[in-house]
Design a protein around this ligand. Sequence first.
Ligand code: AP5
Ligand code: MG
Length: 209
Amino acid sequence: MIGIIFGPPGSGKGTQAARIEDEFRLQHLSTGDILRHEVALGTPTGKEAERIMAAGDLVPDALIVAIVRSRLPEAEAGAGVLLDGFPRTLRQAQALDAMLADEGHRVDLVIALEVPEEALVDRLLHRAEVEGRADDTREAITERMREYHHLTEAVLRHYRAQGVPVEAVDGTGSPDEVFDRIWRAIPSPLAGEGAPGPKGPGWVGPDAS
Ligand code: AP5
Ligand code: MG
């Protein structure tokens, strides 16, 4: 299964992807996490991305597509992949579709988290105090939201137009409540053989752990 967890900055993509990875055995591939790792290591990619990210802008499509192209085959070798933060532009979506088509695959599901912008900003400013992520400043948050509306929302329209199931999920409330809604939105056949999804073997409920 190839899934995408989609949503504006702060909507809980990373938080929920970690849970989905555990419960549905999908490998979480976050382009933001990969880039932050490259920045921390001071690699050429990290050096190219650092200032762009801190300003809240999107790094060039070619750079991100190259990263995903190099990681996707290994991730695809398992039960499935959950992409977080990618694709973020129409070009990236087209590049992903072409990569998958080469393997006879396609995007199976998009989970789109929905959270009002005021709550997103509160979450990110709170994280700024706790973790100090470089792009959680008020200016960068404003830019990230602008990029999301300007470039990223088009990705949803792209997949809807292709007939890919796009499941809008209310991302407000506690992380447990959000995960419960996601769990209900993931069709068990897509979660893979033997995966503990709804109606899947061995599943005893989203809160059991
Ligand atoms: P990326 O890392 O993808 O960041 P983002 O999309 O801005 O989103 P966040 O990671 O901030 O939020 P999230 O939705 O993952 O929510 P989270 O679970 O963390 O990208 C960063 C940058 O990298 C981009 O701006 C760009 O520069 C570059 N980049 C990455 N991918 C790219 C691409 N494909 N193309 C071009 N450039 C790219 O939660 C947020 C906070 O809220 C956390 O503190 C969390 O604890 C809290 N929280 C989560 N859920 C809840 C809840 N239910 N209630 C209360 N708080 C919650
Ligand atoms: Mg994230």
